[in-house]
Design a protein around this ligand. Sequence first.
Ligand SMILES: *Cc1c(COP(=O)(O)O)cnc(C)c1O
Length: 236
Amino acid sequence: MNEPRRAQLERNLDLVRQRIDSAAKAAGRSASEITLIVVTKYFPASDVEILAQLGVQDVGENKHQEAQAKAEQCASLPIRWHYIGGMQSNKAAQIARYVDVVHSVDRLKLLSRLDLGASERDDPLAVLIQVNLDPPQQRESSRQGVDPHEVMTMAKAISEAAHLRLRGVMGIAPLDLDAAPAFTRLAQLSGQVRDEFPEATWISAGMSADLESAIEAGATHVRVGSGILGQRPQMK
Ligand SMILES: *Cc1c(COP(=O)(O)O)cnc(C)c1O
């Protein structure tokens, strides 16, 4: 089976767009409110080029070096780069220079570095607060994300940074648990943030396996990787 890459990506992209349409319809929402971010981590810049030809405008990456290299190789394409991965603080300023949105702001320490990098941009850098949606007893050991109780403190700190623009929240459903309650919690937190910061309307939630449940809960941005690009090479 040697289907050309373009045909493969086109077919998968169509399927995912159909899933987004159906999920939006089922939730009584318009699919036009939902931005598809195609997560291209581990895949080459040539795939980003094909995706751009197929109308994709938003691409996600989770590692600084890989993201930076790809963004450079694809500089002529009309693509917005979304940074969705963990960040070392000493890389945050660099990341703030070449991406359009950072979804993974998860500690106060990052803000001064992001703000410094963003000061060299024409426009403020759009940022989202990554919220830890794992059950409390697992939060300590788990992946990144601010504790739900600290979201408002983080929102206030971002709003005070001169070159950052708070656009909303981001979350990843807990492993091996039903995603729906986690996305509902994220939507509630989004409402709290929006009450004080009306521009923070984005909810980045949902991946290949759970985008329907995220859209039902109100996601405005879904991040889909393997459902479009195929299985990633073995994780390091
Ligand atoms: C890799 C990744 C995705 C995409 O996951 P798939 O299951 O491949 O769709 C989404 N969000 C984040 C934060 C990721 O790291």
